[in-house]
Write a protein that binds this ligand. Structure first.
Ligand SMILES: Cc1ncc(COP(=O)(O)O)c(C=O)c1O
Length: 441
């Protein structure tokens, strides 16, 4: 173990206040939650001064590393000029970011609606699809995650994230393309991506037959980096169009080069979405979400009713985002992500050869997952073992994430500025942790 188990007065105080003043359903990682104090680049420090290599980036957010000087400078300069305006007044960082994102977005997508989070970006996308098509119903995926609002939770498939009875009518869930646990008990590629046909079945049997949209993450993030087969979205896009709907690609996790080689996750499937939503890595930790679409679709909102966002397009968050994107373009370009992602993936596959409890390794770029199972033959999920891996990695000074419907998938997603040495350091720590877990099994 590299990290000393210790309980300082400061840590005790933070954990006690967390318990006393914050809602009890806040999910915190680890048996004893980890209070963080400072971050720099790929590393964070806890309140007791222990140093960790951060391979989860605050849920895929600190895309150019913690406390990045260029981002800090942009934030400070903007804060000193104008920290807030609301969308009632045009501000340069707001329109400049919209212009920059129009350059990076796919196809003809060029218009933005900023908000403070991924949840709201998805809310706005649903509003937009309904206004544009005149249809009401939405199809989403069973292992998808879309946010914490009532609509966000209704779109979300996994029951554990649907709090308070999310009976918002009109949201239906299609079978998830999940090759490791095929819902149709078929095998890829002989299945011919049969799961894609379920979208049509859902529309025909559970909706009015006309839909506003199909919303999906190209790689289901909270779902455990489930990566659909390469034909999936092409087949689905045709079906959606046929039934009058728009395709919303939720790029909250997979956007900004995270998947390597491309700026947006959906580009790997060679499909043009009608709407894209983004947040998380957009501004390196400053709260910002965005809903983007083509001008003809955005035009539908003109006479549909008014909108404001008090914090959407906040000048400081937009300045942080512009600085973040500039660093990405210089240092953490999608090509870089693909290169280091390949090393990470090869390292994980090597570990899989050694440890049969790593049932599946999947993902793209710097968005890689390992699904942990009791036995590779039965594929019975092993959530306890996944927790053990998390704890053990923490002990060796490595932060990773977890997800999946069964709580058994390890999620690995470092800042995009990770270099080869960071990847090797993480793989070494992970190898030590896996050895420890295997020994105790
Ligand atoms: C794919 C996806 N969409 C939307 C959201 C919601 O974003 P936020 O937490 O910023 O509201 C998340 C959050 O994890 C997400 O992973």
């Amino acid at each position: 173990m590299e990290i000393q188990k210790n309980t300082s007065a400061k840590k005790k105080e933070i954990l006690e206040k967390q318990k006393k003043y914050l809602f009890p359903n806040h999910l915190t990682y680890y048996t004893e939650p980890l209070p963080l104090e400072k971050g720099e680049g790929l590393y964070v420090w806890d309140v007791e001064g222990n140093k960790y290599l951060d391979f989860f980036a605050g849920i895929l957010v600190t895309s150019v590393g913690h406390s990045r000087p260029e981002v800090n400078r942009a934030v400070q300069e903007q804060t000193e000029k104008l920290a807030h305006a609301s969308t009632l007044y045009p501000v340069d960082s707001h329109v400049n970011l919209a212009e920059k994102l129009a350059e990076l977005a796919t196809g003809e997508i060029s218009m933005s609606y900023f908000s403070p989070s991924g949840t709201e970006a998805n809310e706005a996308a649903i509003m937009l699809a309904k206004v544009h098509t005149g249809n009401q119903e939405i199809v989403a995926l069973r292992h998808g995650y879309s946010g914490r609002s009532m609509v966000g939770m209704a779109l979300t498939g996994q029951s554990s994230w649907r709090i308070g009875g999310t009976h918002i009518s009109g949201v239906k869930h299609a079978l998830n393309p999940y090759c490791y646990r095929c819902p149709l008990k078929m095998t890829y590629p002989s299945c011919g991506a049969a799961c894609a046909e379920d979208v049509e079945e859902v529309i025909k049997t559970t909706t009015s037959g006309r839909i506003a949209a199909f919303l999906a993450e190209p790689i289901q993030g909270v779902g455990g980096y489930i990566t659909p087969p390469k034909e999936y979205f092409k087949i689905v896009k045709e079906v959606i169009q046929h039934y009058g709907g728009l395709f919303i690609s939720d790029e909250v996790q997979s956007g900004f080069g995270r998947t390597g080689n491309k700026w947006w996750g959906i580009e790997h499937w060679e499909v043009e979405p009608d709407i894209m939503t983004m947040a998380k890595g957009i501004a390196n930790g400053f709260p910002l979400g965005n809903t983007m679409t083509r001008p003809d679709i955005a035009e539908s909102t003109r006479n549909a009713g008014l909108t404001i966002s008090t914090f959407g397009g906040n000048p400081v968050a937009c300045a942080a985002s512009l600085a973040t994107i500039e660093v990405m373009e210089n240092e953490a370009h999608p090509q870089h992500v693909a290169e280091v992602g390949k090393i990470l993936r090869a390292g994980l596959e090597k570990l899989q050869e050694q440890y049969p409890f790593i049932g599946d390794v999947r993902g793209k770029g710097l968005m890689q997952a390992m699904e942990i199972v009791e036995d590779p033959a039965t594929k019975e999920p092993a959530p306890k073992q996944a927790n053990h891996i998390m704890e053990s990695c923490k002990g060796y000074g490595l932060i990773i994430g977890k997800g999946g419907l069964y709580g058994n998938t390890i999620r690995i997603a470092p800042p995009l500025t990770a270099n080869e040495e960071h990847i090797q350091e993480a793989l070494e720590k992970l190898a030590k942790a896996l050895k420890e877990v295997a020994k105790s099994a």
